[in-house]
Design a protein around this ligand. Structure first.
Ligand SMILES: Nc1nc2c(c(=O)[nH]1)N[C@H]1C(S)=C(S)[C@@H](COP(=O)(O)OP(=O)(O)OC[C@H]3O[C@@H](n4cnc5c(=O)[nH]c(N)nc54)[C@H](O)[C@@H]3O)O[C@H]1N2
Ligand SMILES: Nc1nc2c(c(=O)[nH]1)N[C@H]1C(S)=C(S)[C@@H](COP(=O)(O)OP(=O)(O)OC[C@H]3O[C@@H](n4cnc5c(=O)[nH]c(N)nc54)[C@H](O)[C@@H]3O)O[C@H]1N2
Ligand SMILES: [Mo]
Length: 753
């Protein structure tokens, strides 16, 4: 630190000079995509980003960074970046564009949208986004501000990423629950209030590599170093399985059965927390009865996990207090999503690990009453009830009203395909790449998107989706080129400042600035801010932007454990939980009211060796997909050479015995196929996977190849696309879709194929 440039009110520097560079303490989020919000130091010289490093004084990442953040500079200065607004100047898919000014582009979009609003109503325009950004609130605000209730998660069928878990938690416990790693306490593990969990379960979550939803995988390691024992539930070996007391290597998609089997052991061996259950849980006797259908011997058959491991793991979890569970995406990614979540939740509820130090933290109602400082993720209040009632899937899937107020993707697809309940005439696709990544049944997704008469894509790069369906493409800037504020370390813990390092390159703009400028053109009264910076400042409640920026991050001071005992969770101020019965609902009165089974259960997925034995003769292997590599965020980063070198090609993991039978050698290109489609991957032969299972990467396209379609879609996005094998479906709840747990076969690629 050669010279301090800026300090906060306590005199702590947040910007200084070092070796001729300006160093700023900030945070990194999106773009490019990211779920987390790491503390970073940005180094800038003469207006140019020199490097990004981890901020050692950040209490959450403690100076650590992943390879994608370390390569941020390569993304910022990538020659592939979109530089100007583009309007289509040929047929869709021809990759012919006219460069236009922002005014021209935004006027064109505003005119189209206004005409649709006048002639058909604002609901005929859908505003859709992918995952993992700190700009959710500004995309939904654009939709709601111009009158459309149709903000949502693009082609993420069954909203199968975190939403099954979030909405389940909201319905069964009235709040979001997440593992307590002392993230809400300023002294972290040393805070006297905190207790180290005796046991942690990581469930369908490779958190060491994925750090999802503001949770840092290394917190698990920190706790293991402090004595916590680990149980890992995963069909493949990863770092966590290798270091676990119990690795429960289950058959993909059988998670609910495993959790029910563990509940059976805990209840029948009388290992549950009687006092907690009596006081705070609803429907325990019904759950006790239900789990009798899942004795460990039967569960072992369903899940392939040996009976003694099911029993041992259940005992370890129930007899360690506190104990906690870090669950992940694989809980959501099949049509059992809600039952999976319900059964796993019951494990922490009946053992009394709720809002206790080292157990499962309860957020307040994270959607409608978020932290005082954070923007509301999906504030529908500016829409009339009549407009809200038009949300696609809202009526059909009442569970959708708990949590994010978003569209139901399967219902959106139906509306586009059939015009029912009303036609969809324009699509706004911001931060999503449906045909290469987001959607199951990728070819159908393309056909569906093509049906929409007018599409706008907002992205950093030209994508297969933009080439195939966009009429206008708008270039956004990276996280290094804009200010922002974001939640820290799971949503309600506090707020983090994002201070821009450099000005936006070329003619790019911050996403929220783009949305603001468009919103102003259509319904100015709902977009009164002067600029994105102005908007950002007014989003912060109780503090100013200058305060947040100079403090870099600030905690929500109101944090308390055991909020249910203190009357802090319910609007009536009474003790208990924000559910219809005021208790944690092991038996859900809401599910019952909606005509769904109120108790957790296991249902065999629709295409497995058990449910479709005939099909399994042809396609004998069970497919799981999408395990995340360090170097890519979904379909991103393939054009960044430093990252691509680490994983140059799409891969499928196969057990050596199966590879031997098929005559496949490590590194060979193979075909993975089923009755719906086929895709090519390089075989990665590993003993870490069960011989009956294969794991294929998702989200592959090839930015180095031709944007024109030579039979495999733009940039060959249909050459190694595992979502040619998946299908569009969802459960009766509207949550969960089969991104995993389907049948397939692997074979050698024939010559000339
Ligand atoms: N088979 C299979 N399919 C899957 C999955 C799987 O596990 N298996 N995972 C699913 C899951 S969980 C998810 S969440 C989806 C993810 O699906 P998406 O969120 O759609 O995927 P990404 O590739 O992360 O993002 C899409 C685009 O957003 C752009 N982008 C990144 N950051 C920003 C930003 O800040 N602003 C703007 N305007 N653009 C930005 C990127 O350049 C990229 O082109 O995929 C799903 N698809
Ligand atoms: N580097 C990187 N990080 C990311 C992302 C990325 O693309 N790249 N994507 C982000 C997004 S949007 C999300 S949703 C999260 C997801 O992050 P995670 O929740 O960690 O999900 P995955 O990595 O898909 O899979 C987690 C583990 O589940 C296992 N698994 C597979 N099938 C099953 C099953 O049926 N049951 C169980 N119990 N386990 C199974 C896999 O083997 C894997 O080890 O990661 C986020 N973080
Ligand atoms: Mo996700």
């Amino acid at each position: 630190m050669d010279k301090v440039l800026k300090t906060n009110a306590d005199g702590r520097p947040w910007q200084w000079e070092e070796d001729g560079m300006i160093v700023t303490r900030s945070h990194a989020r999106s773009a490019p995509g990211c779920h987390t919000n790491c503390g970073v130091l940005t180094y800038v010289k003469d207006g140019k980003l020199v490097k990004v490093e981890g901020d050692p004084d950040n209490p959450f990442n403690n100076g650590r960074l992943c390879p994608r953040c370390l390569a941020l500079k390569d993304v910022v200065y990538s020659p592939d970046r979109l530089q100007q607004p583009l309007v289509r100047d040929g047929e869709r898919g021809e990759n012919k564009w006219k460069r236009v000014s922002w005014d021209e582009a935004l006027d064109l979009i505003a005119d189209k949208f206004k005409k649709i609003i006048e002639e058909h109503g604002p609901e005929s325009i859908v505003f859709q986004q992918g995952t993992g950004r700190d700009i959710f609130a500004y995309i939904s605000r654009l939709a709601y501000g111009i009158g459309s209730p149709n903000w949502g998660h693009s082609f993420l069928m069954g909203n199968a990423c975190y939403l099954p878990r979030i909405n389940a938690m909201m319905v069964f416990s009235g709040a979001a629950n997440f593992m307590d790693c002392a993230q809400a306490l300023e002294d972290r593990y040393d805070d006297p209030q905190y207790e180290i969990p005796g046991c942690i379960i990581t469930w369908g979550n490779n958190t060491i590599a994925t750090n999802p939803d503001g949770f840092y995988g290394h917190w698990i390691v920190d706790l293991m170093q402090r004595g916590a024992k680990l149980i890992n539930v995963d069909p493949r070996l990863n770092w966590l399985s290798a270091h676990a007391e119990y690795w429960l290597q289950l058959r993909p998609g059988t998670d609910a059965a495993l959790a029910l089997g563990m509940l059976n052991v805990i209840i029948n061996e009388d290992l549950y927390d009687h006092e907690f259950v009596e006081k705070w849980c609803y429907g325990f006797e019904e759950l006790r009865e239900r789990v009798q259908d899942y004795p460990p011997s039967k569960v072992a058959e369903i899940t392939w996990v040996p009976e003694d491991k099911i029993v041992g793991a259940a005992r370890l979890f129930a007899t360690s207090k506190p104990a906690s569970i870090k669950w992940g995406l694989k809980v959501d990614q099949n049509t059992n999503g809600i039952q999976n979540a319900q059964a796993v939740m019951a494990l922490w509820c009946i053992t009394g690990n709720v809002d206790n130090p080292g157990g499962m933290l309860l957020g307040t109602d994270m959607m409608s009453e978020p932290v005082p400082w954070q923007s509301k993720i999906s504030d529908v209040s500016i829409l009339s009830q009549e407009a809200q009632d038009k949300r696609l899937g809202g009526k059909e899937y009442p569970m959708l009203s708990f949590g994010f107020t978003c569209t139901q993707p399967n219902a959106m697809v139906r509306a586009i395909e059939t015009g029912e309940p009303y036609p969809i005439l324009a699509g706004w696709w911001q931060t999503t790449n449906p045909i290469a990544c987001t959607s199951t049944d990728a070819r159908r997704a393309l056909e569906v998107l093509k049906k929409i008469p007018f599409n706008v894509v907002v992205d950093l790069f030209m994508t297969p989706t933009a080439i195939a369906i966009a009429d206008v493409v708008l270039p956004t800037c990276t996280i290094m080129e804009r200010n922002g504020s974001s939640g820290i370390a799971e949503y309600y813990i506090g707020a983090a400042a994002i201070t821009k390092a450099i000005d936006p390159l070329y003619e790019t703009k911050a996403d929220a600035q783009i949305n603001l400028e468009l919103g102003k053109r259509i319904k100015p009264e709902n977009f009164a801010w002067d600029s994105w910076d102005d908007w950002n400042a007014t989003e912060l409640r109780g503090i100013t932007w200058e305060e947040l920026q100079s403090n870099v991050y600030m905690y929500n001071k109101g944090f308390q454990y055991k909020k249910h005992e203190k009357g802090l969770l319910r609007s009536d101020g009474q003790p208990g939980f924000n559910t219809p019965t005021g208790k944690l609902e092991l038996y859900s009165t809401l599910l019952e009211a909606w005509g769904l089974d109120p108790l957790p259960y296991y249902e065999e997925l629709s295409e497995t060796p058990i449910s479709k034995p005939q099909l399994a003769k042809e396609y004998p292997l069970i497919l799981t997909t999408g395990v995340r590599p360090w170097v890519f965020f979904h379909s991103e980063h393939r054009m960044i050479p430093r990252l691509r070198r680490v994983k140059p090609d799409p891969q499928v993991e196969i057990h050596p015995d199966v590879a031997d039978q098929l005559g496949i050698v490590d590194g060979e290109w193979v075909m993975v196929e089923n009755q719906r489609g086929k895709a090519r991957f390089r075989a990665k032969i590993t003993r870490g996977i069960d011989p009956r299972v294969v794991m294929a990467d998702h989200a592959w396209w090839f930015p180095e190849r031709s944007p024109e379609d030579h039979g495999f879609g733009p940039y060959d996005c249909f050459k190694s696309n595992i979502n040619l094998l998946t299908r569009m479906d969802t459960a009766a709840s509207g949550f969960g879709a089969d991104y995993i747990g389907l049948l397939c076969r692997v074979r050698k690629i024939e010559e000339g194929e």
